[in-house]
Each structure stands twice: as structure tokens, then as C-alpha cells.
Ligand binder design. Sequence first.
Ligand code: WTA
Length: 637
Amino acid sequence: MENLQIKTFAQYKKAYKKSVKDPETFWEEIANTFTWHKKWDRTLEWDFRKPEVKWFEGGKLNITENCLDRHLEKLGNKTAIIWEPNDPDEESRYISYRQLFVKVSHFANVLKNNGIKKGDKVCIYMPMIPELAIAMLACARIGAVHSIVFAGFSSAAIARRINDSECKMLITANEVYRGSKKVNLKEICDKALEDTPSVESVIVYRRTVEPTPMKEGRDRFWFDELQKVDKDCPAEVMDAEDMLFILYTSGSTGKPKGMVHTTGGYMVGTTYTFQNVFQLEKNDVYWCTADIGWITGHSYIIYGPLAAGATTVMFEGIPSYPDYGRFWEICEKLKVTHFYTAPTAIRSLAKQPLKFVEKHDLSSLKVLGSVGEPINEEAWHWYNDNIGKGNCPVVDTWWQTETGAIMISPLAGITPTRPTFATLPLPGVQPALMDDNGEEITNLNEKAEGRLAIKFPWPSIARTIYGDHQRYKEVYFSTYENKYFTGDGSYRDATGNYRITGRVDDIVIVSGHNLGTATIENAIDEHEGVVESAVVGYPHDVKGNALYAFVILYDQTEPSDQLRKEIRDLVSSTVGPIAKPEKIQFVKSLPKTRSGKIMRRILRKIASNDTSNLGDTSTLLNPEVVDDIIGGAVITK
Ligand code: WTA
């Protein structure tokens, strides 16, 4: 891989040109640097109209051989994972590539011993402990498909995801430490499992010593299961296009979308982008603070870094515990060189006194990264000045669950950075900025604003939505002909640098978490006192966006703070605590178009306190409600 590593801006430009002129040769050369049992028959087959994308089909491999086995000879004793616990007094764990290889193989046999075979789906609901990494890699080892559900989701959300892909097994932990709190994950799982007929067995890792109720015949402890099997597990040989995992992301309708990623292209895409964006050197320590329950954790805590032979940090806790210096303490302690986090974390830490930063020696840092939402200018500068001390390039990486890997980003130390700009597309990525008429704005030398699409496939693009290819087509490939639509708006300057301006659909990013407003509305509408609701996002100085719910009540229901609490609790239990609306306003009715669609554009403006220019309201069925809502917009909590 070394010889394909971009080191200068001129090399970037050359690689980019080549990737557009001859994408197949470009990606073949990169794919050739991995371990394959058999090389592929066809490099690329695609048709965005169907849509269908296949990379390296006929190629045979196992991604864990690329993340583990192939490193054993040279990097066997190198630390693969450094685990940092929630409690700074508990010891960190250092797991070498060889140890990880053994642990993954060993646990892979547990999966097999419990009846899991190639193609079976396994749901993983675990805290940020090394066993989460081991469980996911063990699935990949035997060709089982993991579906990781972020351990902040509710029972109902887990059940929905398990049922959507008919998972046969659930892997969890008894409890999780989160700051000063302990959360009983097993209890949440037990509730979810009341309504998940496909699950045959549950493996429970004991994170704490608390007694854990187990269901006879269904639940087994991780350690007990390990005793029953040996440690040697040859990797299942997979086709490049075999499914590697499903990861759910919010959609514009109530149902989450199970994005399907396949083996070969995903591996090539995540590894290539990891190496080039972050520019890691041999002894560097890389830390991405995301949770593995999200795509960032999949691609840039586990698969990309491990395939590249890097040392990757996993942190169990939260940035504010035991105090707001925790991130910086860890950077100092582990001598972190590459630090990759989300703007929401930066904004919340920037609000704290600087002494939390100044207490710690951050001189090991070389590169800073940002992901998940637009980074505002203030946060960018705070990060650059106070954490990077002006010496660390900030890579603002734009991508999505659906893209699998980073798409637009500076290469650290190579691409000139510009605050709030994700800058330039990576080699292999062909963005198209679309105007209001659905035409591509092709002049790269003139600044422009529009919606972001991609016009050529890249290896790590999600191949479908699990069980619903039609929806995949509608959501991503029906807005623009023959192009993938990202759902994001973007600005482009006269030198071709992109600044992502945010979602243009009904998805709101709250504290870096993608939330579909429809899912939250469905939850609110479940309340017996509620007729209908509409949820929109509005700017929030720490969370990026917060949620504002407009709720219509039945005549006999009394609006009250108690009711607001009930609604929030309901959202918390059906979707998860992150989805709780910040503000709830009870309204008589909602602005609707003549065809009965809620005019969210207007609600967004009201929620943002930007009512001077509401645009054209003449197409509304009930324009009078707008003033009513504005008049009542102050009755919020
Ligand atoms: C947003 C996270 C601006 C964007 C990897 C995208 C960003 C959505 C950036 C995907 C960035 C991600 N600048 N916006 N650097 N990175 N986004 O699927 O709206 O959780 O569509 O993937 O996050 O979120 P997802």
C-alpha cells in the first residue's frame, strides 16, 4: 500500500485525475495490495438506473484476514486496540494484533457452536468495550452479517431492527458504565426480545459483577461459551459482493433504513481513505471518539484502521466524566497522534473553561479530524487553536452511512484547509453540484450553491436497503437521473472546495446523531392525547440542531408540562433519549398544503425564530394557522 500512499498535493491531483479517467484501473491497483484467495473476475459493474453496483465480483477474500492474519508476521506484537475505560482508575487494556486474532477466532467458534452460519444475521448491542470489536470481527470471520445497534437505543428500536433483518442471535453485555451512571443493557434487551421471534440465542458479556437474570435455553454467558470451543477458526471465504454488515440509519419515513455493505469494496474504500486522509505513520496512535454503533466507528475505529495495521483507541466513557478534561487526559496518557471527533463534542468542550485543556500535554497530537455534521467557524478555530495549537491540520471529513467511507476531505498536511470546508473530493469520488432545476452546475471556477449528488460509483457505496431495494432506488437514485443523491446541500467556492451546508430532507442531525423526524412523530402520535405532530430541527449552539415538536391535542386533553414530560418519555422509550424534543408547542393545527402535506419549511422557520420571511404561504390550505402558531410560539418550555 505504501507506494499508493499520496504524499504531496501534486500526487493527489494526479491520483484524482487518474481515478476519473480510468476508475477501474485506479481501484484495481489499490485492491491488489490486499490479501485475496482469488482475484476478481470483473472490477466494476454498475447501473445507477437499476440501481446496481458491484465491485470486484468473483474476488474471494475474508476481511478479517486483511485486518488480522496478514499483519501477524510483521505486526503481531503491535498494539491493535487500546481500550480506555469509563473510569480513569480502571486499567486500560492493550490488545496486540496477535491477541486480537486469537480472541476473534475463539469467539467466532462460539458463534458457530451456537448455530450461526455464513449469511446469518447477528444483532450486536454492546457498550464500547473490546468485546464489541471482537464480536463484530468474529461475525465477519465466519461470514455472518453483523447488525450493530447503538447502545443508546431503546428496546423498541432494537426490536424493530432485529425484526427487519431477522437476526438469529443477539450479543450484548449485562451493564454499561456511562459517566457516573450504570445502564442495564440486558434489561433493555430482554424487553426488546419479547417481540423478536427470529432470535434463538443471546450471548451476554459480563461488564460488571452484578447478578444478571438469564433466560433458560436462550441466554448464555460469553465466558462460559468460550470454554466450550477451541481457538482456531479458519476464515470463511467470501465473495467480494457478499454482505458484510447491515447498519440502520434514519430515513425520511418512519422506518429506519438497513444499509447493506458488502465485503471487498468496503474494505478497499475504508482502508484507502483511512490511510490517505489521516496520513498515519508507523508508531502513531489514532483515536476516533465515535461509537462503534455508528458508521464512523465501523469504518474508522475498526475496519479501516485495522486493515491498515494501525493502533486504534476505543473509549468507553464520555467527554465530561470525571471532568471536561477527559478527552485531553486520554490524549496525553496514550500519546494520541490522531484525534477524530464530532463538532458537537468540540462545541460542548469549547464551552468549558480552558483550564481543562491547559492541564494536559497535547504535544503528541499531529492531526485533528471532524465528522458527522457541518463544523461551524467558531468550533473549527477553537479546535485548531486550543487543541491543535495551530500545528495540526484539521481534516473535516464529509461522508455518510451510505457512502461507507470518507468522500470529501482534506488529506492531512497535504490539502490546504479552510475553516468549515470539507474541501476536495477524494480520488475516486465524483461529486456533482445540482441546481434547482436538477441540472449539474459544471463550472468549477465559479462559486455555486446547490444539492450534492455523486455521479460515479465508488467501492464502498451501500448496495441496497436490506429487504427494500425499491426504497433504495427511490431515496438515492430517483431525484437525479443516473446519480446518487446525498440528501445534503452544499456550497462550492471558485476553487472547487466544498462546504456541506446540511440536510435538505427530513433528517435532522442532533449532537451528531441522524434522526428521522417521521420516526419521532410516530412516537409522539402514540400518546393517547395526541392527534398529530410535526417535528423539525432548529439551530442549537451545542447540539448543532435541536428538535422542536408542534403537537395537536384532542379537545379533551389539557396542555401541561406533565404532558410534555410524558411525550418526551414516550420518545425516549420508543426511539431513544437522544431523540427527545427540546421544545414542545401545543398547536390547534399544522400548516398544510392542499394535498395534505405538512409544510415543514414554515415550521422550521418558526422553530428557528426566523419569521420575517416565511416565503410563499399562498399554497397553504389553512394559511391562518401560521399566525396562530407564531403567536403561540412563545408558549414553549
Ligand atoms: C452529515 C456520518 C458536514 C451530512 C459519517 C451527512 C457532515 C450525514 C459531515 C451523514 C461533515 C457528515 N460536514 N456534514 N464533515 N459529515 N455530515 O450517516 O449531513 O451518520 O449526510 O454518517 O452527516 O450522517 P451519518
